[in-house]
Design a protein around this ligand. Structure first.
Ligand code: PRX
Length: 631
């Protein structure tokens, strides 16, 4: 592989070259792909306008690079190994050749159902091979996919469908999750009551749950594929054509649709996958994320398949049928690279070593972590008991907006340090700024993390609202992309991510806007006002703490809290349900009416020793009440 970095000095050299001459660097990486037409210019950008173009005027189809490009050399190699929820059910292995045929077949299904280049297609599916096939088929016909995590409620799904004016929904009858079977199609039906743009719903039969099929709108996946032609010629796309939209939470308003385009995303996801995980051609790689999140997009589907890797896809949960499931799967498929989230590690650590001991885990070479800061205790447990002290841990920092891993060790090459994401990948230029936007140079500094030069897989816009993209990412600090994270660069120049500096909380690696949760709570008819903050949680990293003013109307405190949780569950989904609710008579406000979240955070963290001066508040008396009633 031309652009695989193989030792630490090669990394430093590659980094230096990528900074000194980004165009030459990325051109060299891009040359290993199959382009219908090459670019006129490698990169062009204007951060003030949030305009970024990579591989301008180049033509390609990303799926030709994931499928056709590999067929002659590794057509018989497993591309996807699918492990079902129930270990007694047989798994499925699709070779590159078989995956190619399935993607072609489903591309024809999309065309037969009126999907055209540029149309938006929603994928609301469990972790089954069809989800990956659906994503690739969309990309192949030039449609823009938007995967919505199947744990989101009908109302959250409807918001996303409406925002991107989707034409088709791809879904399943149900979803096996541990001992439960969750209706999925029924959630889609409920969402569609509010949507006017959906013409077709194509349903995979997975759980055999009874579903209602609306004539003229709803179709079965297996019936449509049976009718479809088996060959398909990929649509020729421009490098900057939209590949997908993925909704993510911010500090204000509704989730925004982060837009990624084709050429740059392709180049960067393969490059980062190969280098961070140091994937070798016969390795088996497994990322436990869900395809509903960016990690599933870039490092279950696109990155690994572009690199010709074998990628494992798991339908179930880490604790079913018992807390040894992950380790059993690693032994079963002889997984070499394993990529998961700190919250999963902490949850499994809580079961002790008994579930780990029956397994050898000797195939493992690399362990990965993503989604939130990994605490030292979890890092050591992962390193000692899963990696048996011999596997480097790649603590990968990145975001939905960055499309790919930005700061991370290269496995086995970069010396690691617990809880440090270490060094930037080639092409990535992190800068640390203080609150005024002054760059903090040198080592031993802490501040806000920005990136001051474009990279190929970066966000291009927020769907339907470019101004929001400018305001959110490019306005806080002039001429820079602002990540929303705090960071420390230590004496060795290593980066340690300190967590969000905005009103975003990270619950079990899921990003949540406090405003979004507040809006959901406020939908309860008796709620007058609410304020949500994060607090440290042993397993989830952060938990959701809600302060709520409401009119009890004869209800008990317990039943009110349950109703509030149910409201959030209905509006967003179970992942946003508050862990703690405190009913209050007022919220601490400044004289201009702004909620003093700092105080609420301190109380939630059970640290009331340093609340600062509260006398300037509009209502200082509520602080005492809030402290007394803290959960
Ligand atoms: O705060 C950072 C945290 O997750 C945020 C991005 O969330 P999302 O867009 O959902 O993407 C998650 C998967 C890439 C970041 O702003 N985060 C992500 N990875 C790490 C992290 N925090 C610390 N260390 C990490 N390795």
């Amino acid at each position: 592989m031309l652009t695989k970095i193989e030792n630490l000095s090669e990394y430093f050299l590659a980094y230096e070259k990528s900074i000194a001459n980004p165009e030459t660097f990325w051109e060299r990486v891009a040359n290993q792909f199959f382009w219908r037409k090459k670019w006129d210019r490698v990169v062009d950008y204007d951060f003030e306008k949030a305009e970024v173009k990579w591989f301008e005027n180049a033509k390609l189809n990303i799926t030709e690079n994931m499928l056709e490009r590999h067929l002659y050399t590794i057509g018989d190699k497993p591309a996807i190994i699918w492990e079902p929820n129930d270990p007694k059910e047989a798994g499925i292995t699709l070779t590159y050749q078989q995956l190619f045929e399935k993607v072609c077949e489903f591309s024809n299904v999309l065309l037969n159902n009126g999907v055209k280049k540029g149309d938006r297609v929603i994928i609301y599916m469990p972790m089954i091979p069809e989800a990956a096939i659906a994503m690739m088929a969309c990309a192949r016909v030039g449609a823009v996919h938007s995967v919505v995590f199947a744990g989101f409620s009908s109302s959250a799904l409807a918001d996303r469908i409406i925002n991107c004016e989707a034409k088709v929904v791809l879904t399943s009858d149900g979803n096996f999750r541990g001992a439960k079977s969750i209706p999925v199609k029924a959630v889609v039906d409920e969402a569609l009551e509010k949507c006017t743009t959906i013409e077709k719903v194509i349903v995979v039969e997975r759980t055999k749950t009874e579903v209602t099929m609306q004539a003229g709108r709803d179709l079965w996946w297996h019936e449509e594929t049976a009718k479809a032609e088996k060959t398909h010629k990929a649509e020729v796309m421009d490098s900057e054509d939209m590949l997908f939209i993925l909704y993510t939470s911010g500090s204000t308003g509704q989730p925004k649709g982060v837009v990624h385009t084709t050429g740059g995303y392709m180049v960067y996801t393969q490059f980062s996958f190969q280098n961070v995980f140091q994937y070798n051609s016969d390795d088996v790689y497994w990322c436990t994320a869900d395809v509903g999140w960016i990690t599933g997009h870039s490092y279950i589907v696109y990155g690994p398949l572009l690199a010709g890797a074998t990628t494992v896809m798991f339908e179930g949960v880490p604790t079913y049928p018992d807390a040894g499931r992950f380790w059993e799967i690693i032994d079963k498929y002889q997984v070499n690279q394993f990529y998961t989230a700190p919250t999963a590690i902490r949850a499994l650590q809580a079961y002790g070593l008994d579930p780990v001991l029956p397994y050898k885990l000797d195939s493992l070479k690399v362990l990965g972590s993503v989604g939130e800061p990994i605490n030292e205790e979890a890092w050591h447990w992962y390193h000692d008991h899963i990696g048996k002290g011999k596997c480097p841990i790649v603590d990968t920092w990145w975001q939905t907006e960055t499309g790919g891993i930005m700061i991370s060790p290269l496995a086995g090459l970069t010396p690691t340090k617990p809880a440090y994401a270490t060094l930037p990948l080639p092409g990535i230029r992190p800068v640390i700024v203080d609150a005024e936007g002054n760059e903090l140079k040198g080592n031993g500094v802490e501040g806000n993390l920005c990136i001051n030069f474009p990279w190929p897989s970066m966000i291009r816009t927020t769907y339907g609202d470019h101004q929001r993209c400018i305001d959110t990412y490019f306005s806080t600090y002039k001429g820079m992309y602002f990540t929303g994270d705090g960071v420390r660069r230590d004496e060795d120049g290593y980066y340690r991510i300190m967590g969000r500096v905005d009103d975003v909380i990270n619950v079990s690696g899921h990003r949540m806007g406090t405003a979004e949760v507040e809006n959901a709570i406020n939908e309860h008819p008796l709620v007058v006002e609410s304020a949500v903050v994060g607090y440290p949680h042993d397993i989830k990293g952060q938990g959701i703490y809600a302060y709520v003013i409401c009119d009890a109307e004869g209800r008990t405190e317990g039943s009110l809290k349950e109703e509030i949780k149910a409201t959030v569950n209905k509006i967003i989904g179970p992942i946003a349900k508050p862990d703690k609710i405190q009913l209050v008579t007022g919220l601490p406000k400044t004289r201009s009416g702004k909620i003093m979240r700092r105080i609420l955070r301190k109380v939630a963290e059970n640290d009331t020793s340093s609340l600062g001066d509260t006398s300037t508040l509009l209502n200082p008396e509520v602080v005492e009440e809030i402290i007394k009633g803290a959960q």
